[in-house]
Design a protein around this ligand. Sequence first.
Ligand code: HEM
Length: 206
Amino acid sequence: MSHEKLIYIHPAPVRVWHWLNAAGIVLLVATGFQIRYAEILNLMPLKDSVSLHNFAGFGVIAAYFLWLFYYLSTGKIIIYFPDPSTFVAKAVKQVKFYGYGIFRGEPNPHVMTPENKFNVLQQKAYLGIMFVLLPAQMISGVFLWKVKGYSDYIHLLGGIRIIDTIHVLFFFFFASFLVVHCYLATLGHTPLAHFKAMLTGYEEHH
Ligand code: HEM
């Protein structure tokens, strides 16, 4: 047991949102593969995979509103926005760390605090995911769920092909994101440190 200071980094609503969201996206990706490649994959009947996909999709949407409500009502949403005046310098340092310094045992240039828990690369990535990609995926998913009911909106946005292309492209993004995100999450002071922190709320300060 180390004697490092413990800091409370992930409040309960963030943890609940995160694991509901993670389970939902894993299910969506698995059933998405089954729906998209039904001719060559046979993990479960198509009808069941569509039902499960819809169920997980609405779960992810509900969890998203928990995330949004928590971060907006506490004003903590600010942690997702990088400071433009220091962004480039900090991004260069962070890229050097991930590409080189980390293999030489150098310290992470970003020091995590509850008010500033993400490094600038995380801020940029999470900002894009939570404010652009995930909303676009949720909206296009709802449109594809009831094509007839939302035909006016679908038409307004360029037609069903455009909506379907967005949904499939972002599906590939989320499938790849899961791999990269899980790898990056192992880069704490021990491989499981960030996973434990997302479960307990506490991260060891090094
Ligand atoms: C099996 C799937 C997943 C695992 C094991 C996992 C693991 C983790 C871990 C350990 C952290 C804390 C370290 C960090 O901040 O990077 C984290 C944070 C985060 N993850 Fe995931 N994740 C998963 C899926 C996802 C998915 C699908 C998304 C988004 C679509 C996501 C979005 C985020 C965000 C935005 C944070 C920062 C949350 C905050 O502190 O406000 N994660 N994840």
